[in-house]
Design a protein around this ligand. Structure first.
Ligand SMILES: Cc1ncc(C[n+]2csc(CCOP(=O)(O)OP(=O)(O)O)c2C)c(N)n1
Ligand code: SF4
Ligand SMILES: [Mg+2]
Length: 245
């Protein structure tokens, strides 16, 4: 714990603990796991996990993991991305990995800020937010990450709040076991630049939807948590291997 550089109270600690539990469970079932992370405070998680890990350039977790999965289809591959990393610098990679149903899991640490660079607004920050980069208020509308992933074709889409570690570990486990592109948005308070631990009083859980459209409506409210949608569909890797050999 001494070597961890996150600020005391950061939501990333809860994500780390929940992922340790979930990955342990998956490995006990006989699977091997490799992880990757993007650039930002969230990116340090790959240093803190005792797993094969690759810290890649900003926003490039999905293509990196796609290559890994294509080369070794038996491996379970998991990427950690930030709201800036995944929805600003790397938005196009996330969309195309979801569209292809690449068999990877993306865990998005959504703290609503560029944390490592000290609190500028990102694609998920609300309109009007004052920050270092928006002293007069953010003029942009935010992206709803789960809606974007559903619209892009992701076959497993979930949201959790970092406070709820047990539920988070269960959702991580289900996401890793899902065959196809799985996406978990974690509402992750940044105590230094966007502290929203109080959201715990407002978070509510919903049951899985039957259709993408229903799931889109369910996750519109950012306080809604749960597995919104899951379906089985041929994966990108299966299609590539089938057409190549
Ligand atoms: C291509 C590129 N653009 C900008 C940066 C500078 N940069 C480093 S970390 C960071 C913020 C990352 O924010 P986020 O992905 O939300 O992660 P967090 O720190 O909040 O976990 C930025 C903009 C960079 N390293 N590379
Ligand atoms: S700046 Fe925010 S996200 Fe980064 S370690 Fe500190 S609390 Fe966590
Ligand atoms: Mg961030």
């Amino acid at each position: 714990m001494d070597r961890i550089s996150w600020c005391p109270g950061c939501g990333n600690f809860a994500i780390l603990r929940a992922f340790e539990k979930a990955s342990q469970r998956v490995m006990e079932e006989g699977y091997d796991i490799a992880v990757s992370s993007g650039i930002g405070c969230h990116g340090k998680i790959s240093d803190y996990l005792n797993l094969p890990s690759f810290h890649v350039t900003h926003g490039r977790v999905p293509p990196f993991l796609t290559g890994l999965k294509l080369a070794n289809p038996k491996l379970i591959v998991v990427g950690f991305s930030g709201d800036g990393d995944g929805l600003n610098e790397g938005a196009e990679h996330l969309v195309h990995a979801a569209r292809r149903n690449t068999d990877i899991t993306i865990i998005l640490h959504n703290n609503g800020v560029f944390g490592l660079t000290t609190g500028q607004v990102t694609a998920t920050s609300p309109k009007g937010r004052k920050s270092k980069s928006t002293p007069y208020g953010n003029p942009e509308y935010p992206i709803n990450a789960c809606q974007l992933m559903l619209a892009s074709g992701a076959t497993f889409v979930a949201r959790v709040f970092a406070r709820e570690q047990k539920k988070m570990a269960e959702v991580f486990y289900r996401a890793m076991k899902h065959r196809g592109f799985s996406f978990v948005e974690v509402l992750q308070p940044c105590v230094s630049f966007n502290n929203f631990w109080d959201l715990r009083k407002e978070v509510f859980w919903v049951e899985k939807a039957e259709s993408v459209y229903e799931a889109m409506r369910m996750c519109e409210d950012i306080r809604a948590c749960g597995v919104f949608y899951a379906e089985e569909k041929e994966t990108y890797e299966d299609a590539v291997w089938k057409s190549t050999f």
